[in-house]
Structure formats: C-alpha cells, structure tokens
Design a protein around this ligand. Sequence first.
Ligand code: LLP
Length: 454
Amino acid sequence: PLTAKVNNQDHLEIGGCDVTTLVQQFGSPLYILDEETLRIACRQYRESFQHYYKGESQVLYASKAWSCLAVCAIAASEGLGIDVVSGGELYTALNAGVSPEKIYFHGNNKSREELTLAIQSGCTIVVDNWYELRSLVEIAEKMGRTGDGENVESNSPHHPTTPPPHHPIRIMLRLTPGIECHTHEYIRTGHLDSKFGFDPNDLDELFAFVSQQSVLNCVGLHAHIGSQIFERQPHQDLAAVMVQWMSKAAGYGLTVTELNVGGGLGIKYTESDDPPSIEEWVKPICEVIQQACAAQNLPLPKLLCEPGRSLIATACVTAYTIGSSKVIPDIRTYIAVDGGMSDNPRPITYQSVYRTVVANRMSASLTETATIAGKHCESGDILIKDAQLPKTESGDILVVMATGAYNYSMASNYNRLPRPAAVVVANGEANLILQRETYQDLIRQDCLPERLKN
Ligand code: LLP
C-alpha cells in the first residue's frame, strides 16, 4: 500500500522522494513516513464505518503504535480521535491540537498525576480497575468537582479548557471479555488471565457503584482483545458480548451510549501473512452490533474502535546504510546496518519477521541470502534472518518495510545510540517530524555529582 515506485535511477521512491537522496539529506538510519498511506488507512476505517454502520461512529488512532506530534496531527486531520495510555501520550496528543473530546485515556495503572491531568484536559478516561475507579472519585472531589451540572461538552473543541467543576467526568469502563487471541487462533474462556480491565463477573457490583457516583458520567464500555489478529470471528463475538453488557448497564440506570471494540487488526509483514482488509474487518462488527441491538430493542451505540498497527505500520519504512559484512563459509553471511534493536526492537522481542529491499538496486536480481544484523553489542540483534538480497556493497541503502508501528514508539538508546530522525514524505516533499538525537541529547539527563568529577 506504500505510494512507492522505482525511479529511472533504479532507486526506491516513496511519496515522490528518492530514498537514497533522503538518507543523504537527513542521515541514516531514517524512518520515512508516507503521509498518503497513513491518510488512506484513516479514510478506509472512517468510510467503512460510515458505510456499514447506521449509528454514529468514531475511529481512534492508538497512538502507542507511534506517538509524535506530526502523526497525531495527521490522524486528527482525517477526523480520527486519539487513544493515549500515559500522561506523555496525552500531552503529545493535546499539543498536536487534538480536541480533548476525541481523546480517550487508557492504562491499567494511571498515576494520580495522570488522572489529574486527564480530568483537567477534559478527555475521556477509560477506567481499568476498582483502584482507579475509587481514586478517580476521590481526586475529582478533591478538585472540587461536584458533577451535579448538566453533562455538556466543553465549548471550544480546539482550545482545551478544564471543564467547569459541575461537569461530571466522562469515563468508560474497560472489561475483560474472556476472548483471547494469539495471532492465528483464539479461545473463549470464563476468566481471562489479563492484567487489564474489570472482570465481567463483577458487572453488577461495578454498574451499581458507578451509577451512584454523580461525579462520574459513564458513557461507555471498552474492550481490547489483542494485536496482529487475522481472524474476524473474535471481534464479532466481542461485539455481541458488549451489547449484552450495554443492556445490563441499562438495568442500573446507566445510559451507556458508546461501545469501543479496541484495535487489533493485523497487517501483512511477510508474504504468508493474510489479514482481512480494513473494510472486511469493520463490516461484520457493525453488522453484529446492529443485529444484536435490534434483537434486544436497544438504541444503537456510538461505535468506536482504536487501531494502531493497521493504520500506521505499512506507512513507514526504515532506511539503513550497509556497513560491514561477515561471511562464515557454509554457515551464514551477516550484513550489518547502522541501527538495529534500538530503533526496531520487534525482531528481538517478538521474533517478528520483516521484508527488505535495497533502495539503490531495486531491479537487481535477488541472488544472495544474508542475515541483516544490527550494530548493537548483542548477538541477538538481528533484524532479518536469511533475507533474499541482490549483491550489495557497503554504502548501499537497505530498507526495512512496514516499520511504522511499535518501532519508534518502542525505540531505546541501548548502547547509547541516538534515536534516528523521521521524515514525512508527500508529493515529492520531505519534512522532518523527529529530529535525530545527538550525543548532547544522550547526556542531557545525566547528572554528575560534584564529588564524582575528575
Ligand atoms: N487498544 C488497546 C487498549 C491496546 O492495548 C492496543 C494495543 C491497541 C488498542 C492497538 O492495537 P493494534 O491495533 O495496534 O493491534 N508492541 C506490540 C504490540 C502491543 C499492542 C498493545 N496494545 C508489537 O510490537 O507487536
């Protein structure tokens, strides 16, 4: 889905920009984000809901996949809201100009500081557990919230102001549905071993408690069942379960008007991956909700989902420069690049598999098999095992595909490598969205106590 082509110099071009030129201009390694691909995915989600769902809907971008100002701003400009899971992601979304009405704050152990920030911002808090629920009531009361006023949205969506004290705090409740996904299979159980969410066996107690809290306005229910999922059935089952929960909430006088089915749609990292399209994923979820609501005579909820990976993964590639190589006769050839597990921790963490091309030899035939190694002091720092490559030389630009999700966001400074820069490309133009870290950046937070100075 990348807006990529091979130009007349046999170089890879993305968003109208020659990748080798981008590396000369912005340095290596470099994250290259194709704006059009990201926008198209946002539109596919939004339009699929508009097409298949008769009620209101809202797609949220799960910014844990890649949180930075530019990415949040692009998602927001496509009409998406943002799912955040920390004070830092909340701060980023707000600073990207995202309206707090469209920000949903998740997390199983939000700090009091984060909860306070969330209340002040006016975003919706997705409450995960009893501890958080009780803390929230306490913090809200300490902040002078009464919740006895009308539940109106803040007046100016683009100029976040703390909602007035008589507004109750918008919350959703995260529940653990007993649906567990391991990429290629899923199971349904009564109890799920998960650190997230309320136990559905607590529903009565939970709804009774929440309905008593005037300071809280429980607008909806949330569940998320996993990531990189190729099956469609688990989310359909989830949708049906959530409608049951919604009907139960009504029995406690809670008007639950929003259901959030989470994220999780997988993407194609390798040839053998075969995920459904965005439309194929959205359609049956909408149908199940509509059927279930009709059958139980319930009004259609506002339907939310919060994909991360399937919005941004394929929109980005990482360009590296090839350096040393090592041939171990009859065993393996290693080709080393100037990054590795610090800019893409997924292979070492999850044994994730990636595809690669050599940006300056696009039509050369793939005669070589080599393992792409990173530059970290760790044998496991391998980006791709047994990649099929053309004959390469040091200085060639190796591109790893589909690195938009959980790469930059999980990047580290292991071995004190500065994090790479990132650019967004569109219509032949490239703009910096993340500056390359410098050595000064690396020691910026270091403190050297006087008595340790040499
Ligand atoms: N909503 C919630 C509550 C989540 O926990 C997640 C992901 C999402 C939405 C977005 O899921 P997605 O659409 O991206 O599958 N670091 C791992 C993935 C962790 C996913 C965590 N939660 C990886 O690199 O594969």
